[in-house]
Write a protein that binds this ligand. Sequence first.
Ligand SMILES: Cc1cc2nc3c(=O)[nH]c(=O)nc-3n(C[C@H](O)[C@H](O)[C@H](O)COP(=O)(O)OP(=O)(O)OC[C@H]3O[C@@H](n4cnc5c(N)ncnc54)[C@H](O)[C@@H]3O)c2cc1C
Length: 373
Amino acid sequence: MAAVEACTSFFLLNQEALLMAFNQDEAYTLLHTHFQDRVRRNEPLAKYSPLGIGGPVDLWVSLESMQELVQLVNTCAEEHYPLLIIGNGSNVLFADAGVRGIVARVATHSYTVENLGNGRGLLIADAGISWPHLAYELADQGWGGLEFGADIPGTLGGGIVSNAGAHNEDVGQRLQWLEVLDARGANLDGEDTIAYPMVRRYEHSELDLSNRHSRFRVQRCASFDKDEHLEPSVRTMIEPGEIILRLALTLYRDDPQHLHQRLKQFKAIHGQQRQRHAGPLFKNPFGQDASHLIERAGMRGRMLGNVQVSSADANYLINLGGAHAADVIGLLTLMHEQVLEQLHIDLAVDLELQGEWEESGGREQPVGSAEQA
Ligand SMILES: Cc1cc2nc3c(=O)[nH]c(=O)nc-3n(C[C@H](O)[C@H](O)[C@H](O)COP(=O)(O)OP(=O)(O)OC[C@H]3O[C@@H](n4cnc5c(N)ncnc54)[C@H](O)[C@@H]3O)c2cc1C
């Protein structure tokens, strides 16, 4: 236990020192030689967040291939630059004060399907591929298996991290194996040494996949402390330490028309425009539905600032326009408090907080100012 605590405080000190030492100009010059105008300074993260919230990041990098991702991670390990890798950002809340260091997003379209015979196929896809786009493309080709994600606005890699699912299916059920770039050594590294990341392969059984959980999600979600303050998880130099590069999923043969019907049906179930949403906010406690609990606590439709609890599904928030991360934190805190007080259930947060938060994790706005919609 003492060793874990010592290691955690080393991480914190190390991370703080690295953020302080990060030289934006020097890093920009170096990264610009590789990625040209896909590197941007002081880029507002709100532009890249489906919720439309987030202050500036020192350096933003758009990556177009997994090779570029490996190159960037290696450079950050060599230069001790703080790096955060995201997919589509649909499970992350960025702070109003933004994120220090580098945030990179990889958007790729590369995949193959191997026909295994007997109506089965093996999809091998880059982690940065958009899940809904891929599901539609596969349906055109008569391959099924990913339609349940028609309404999940993320990448396949981000989907594995939370073992994302809907309609009683989850992506882990289809996963065979995946490859990661293991940069955990770089996170333990001192200033004078370099630990180069290594590619590693994991089989399904090694991934600890369960309800909205995988080995990649341990301690990544925000959590409420005993004083009802929302705490972000500890940030490491290269975040996440294990970066998913490629994954293999099983598919089945089906009629394209039937697959498109399924996609339409799964899209129609939510039935509403899901722009500027965040969620699911809380995990379903065993045998219960977080949305129903939030509704029972009277929080459906409640507003704080320009953020509202969705009336269609109370486990989601909507940015009504110009909302701040502080409003989201305030409303999340109020939802958590109300469910705890009225129903005695301590809901676990299902979102990740990234960036520069005030010590209390936010709450600049008094939660008492929440209005009824
Ligand atoms: C409107 C809306 C509807 C949603 N519906 C559902 C739903 O029905 N079911 C459900 O389960 N979820 C749902 N979500 C949540 C979210 O879309 C999923 O968790 C999604 O899988 C996240 O993917 P992403 O690419 O956006 O990941 P991000 O939010 O970008 O990242 C999430 C985490 O994964 C990490 N990560 C991203 N890519 C990689 C990688 N290649 N390697 C390692 N780590 C990586 C990031 O660092 C971060 O820690 C919904 C969200 C919204 C906004």
